[in-house]
Design a protein around this ligand. Structure first.
Ligand code: NAP
Length: 475
């Protein structure tokens, strides 16, 4: 429907639009990297010795699962998996897990990094500075690494890859817990799409914001109430800006894009909008349209062969599988040529879900399992910071004559065709909001429309926009 008729149609209707094979223990001097003459761990010893950096939520869970399933892991791997040292900030702090017999709590990284008897370093302390030293130090010392640290991987992926490539032996790097905690998405992306072509990934990949959006939509909580509840339940990062600003989701999306498309995109190039601009009225209009709002990370291969990506609140219809993923649960839909649609759903955070993924990596390494390339081969596919979508726009306005005409003219100027306009009955004439759904248009055009509308005297505050997840959102 082109602009003029769309406007007329919209205005004339009621608003019911529808093996670890690290070098042998005891074999090398720390910081030296002799060639790969040493035996693999699986061949050299009946014990796999761990040094864990971090004894918090995830670290504690790893220690507990290792203790609870020790004999099973022994049967499974033929080895005893022992935690020799746990490095923390404050050794005197009480721990909420039982420190294994013979395990020391240490505070110096070198206590693990330079301990030749430690085969495997598990980095679950977080951050991107000291954690980087620890991960790089361990790999350089011939210790395989298991980490849950998406921020570090997203920030330093090229450097990590370069280091892994330069290693002469078979030191391994595993990071299943880094994206969506307990969901085994990394391994799937490494192994299960080799004969397939991934066309689109759409994911609820931040549990904190999904919990908040559920609380705001279903339970009618305010933004502040939802955030404090999420923090109290441990779903928010220490700095919740990483969650509500979409940055945590963007780090995960970047890692998934590397695996799905072989490209390493500077995080800052991925359009990233969190949930801070959402208001109650957006949920009301979403409901009127027959759907809800989810914070999604989306990456898509265009027919022209470019990959585009964004993190943004998105309108999803009630019939969409992602719409019923509530609370802190995560879900990723992978659309591909052979499998069509595959949906991975589960716990994206929390002690045991996240520790579970770390344990899977640890046990696989103890078994001598070798990973496919940790980041899959790279490709020369290009990234375009632009994408096409149907968009939902919400404009707050002071009532006056000619508003819809001006909006229509601006949309027409930038080639944006309007599908429909929604307007709830006005509560007061000083502060109201109406919504527009466009036809499929370029993101770049929407930005121009938003800028022009914001400059109009009746427009109050920054106009809000979000993509509609599917082009066939009405069917
Ligand atoms: N929690 C989750 O649900 C989840 C999910 C997916 C991924 N992750 C990732 O897993 C990692 C750990 O998260 P977490 O929730 O377990 O964190 P956490 O509960 O805050 O625990 C962090 C642990 O690391 C130690 N630590 C922190 N900085 C240190 C430093 N500079 N030197 C020595 N020790 C240090 C802390 O020591 P003290 O105890 O002495 O302070 C603490 O034991 C992060 O990268 C996070 O992004 C977590």
């Amino acid at each position: 429907m082109r602009l003029q008729t769309a406007l007329l149609a919209a205005l004339s209707q009621p608003w019911s639009v529808p093996a670890f094979t690290a070098t042998s223990r005891h074999a090398r001097h720390p910081l030296s990297r002799p060639g790969s003459t040493s035996l693999s761990m699986s061949e050299s010893s009946d014990t796999v010795t761990l040094g864990i950096f971090g004894g918090g939520t995830v670290g504690g869970g790893i220690v507990e699962i290792l203790a609870n399933k020790a004999s099973y892991f022994q049967q499974l791997t033929g080895k005893s998996i022992e935690v020799k040292k746990i490095c923390v900030r404050d050794a005197s702090k009480p721990r909420d897990f039982e420190v294994p017999e013979g395990c020391s709590i240490v505070t110096s990284y070198d206590d693990i990094l330079t301990d030749d008897s430690i085969d495997l370093a598990v980095e679950v302390m977080g951050g991107t500075t000291d954690a980087k030293d620890v991960v790089f130090g361990a790999l350089k010392n011939g210790k395989s690494v298991v980490t849950a640290n998406k921020a570090l991987i997203a920030k330093d992926l090229p450097e990590i890859e370069a280091l892994l490539t330069s290693l002469e032996d078979d030191t391994q790097f595993r990071y299943e817990a880094a994206v969506c905690g307990g969901i085994p998405i990394i391994r799937s992306m490494q192994s299960d799409f080799v004969g397939d072509e991934i066309k689109k990934m759409s994911g609820i990949i931040n549990g904190c914001t999904n919990f908040m959006l559920t609380a705001m939509d279903r339970d009618k909580k305010s933004y502040d109430e939802a955030l404090s509840e999420a923090s109290a339940l441990g779903y928010a990062e220490a700095d919740p800006t990483l969650d509500v600003g979409g940055f945590d989701a963007r780090s995960k999306l970047k890692i998934l894009m590397r695996l799905a498309y072989g490209i390493d995109v500077d995080e800052d190039e991925i359009s990233c909008r969190g949930i801070t601009e959402l208001t109650k009225i957006d949920f009301e209009y979403a409901k009127t349209l027959g759907g809800t709002i989810k914070l999604l990370g989306v990456a898509e291969m265009s027919s022209a062969g470019h990959v585009s990506a964004y993190v943004s609140p998105c309108y999803v219809t009630d019939t969409d599988p992602l719409s019923s993923v509530n609370g802190a649960t995560n879900a990723i839909e992978v659309g591909s040529d052979n499998l069509l649609s595959s949906i991975y759903i589960g716990q994206g955070a929390g002690r045991y879900p996240t520790a579970n993924s770390c344990i899977n990596d640890i046990v696989a390494l103890a078994k001598g399992d070798k990973t496919p390339l940790p980041f899959n081969p790279s490709s020369d596919v290009s990234f375009a910071n632009n994408y096409e979508s149907v968009f939902f726009l919400r404009l707050n306005y002071r009532d006056q004559v000619g508003i819809t005409r001006q909006v229509g003219e601006i949309c027409e100027k930038h080639g944006v065709s309007i599908h429909s306009i929604l307007q709830n009955a006005m509560a007061n004439t000083q502060e109201n909001a109406f919504a527009i759904v466009t036809e499929k248009v370029e993101y770049a055009a929407i930005l121009k429309v938003m800028a022009d509308i914001e400059a109009l005297n009746w427009c109050k505050g920054k106009p809000f926009y979000m993509p509609v997840l599917r082009d066939d959102w009405q069917s």
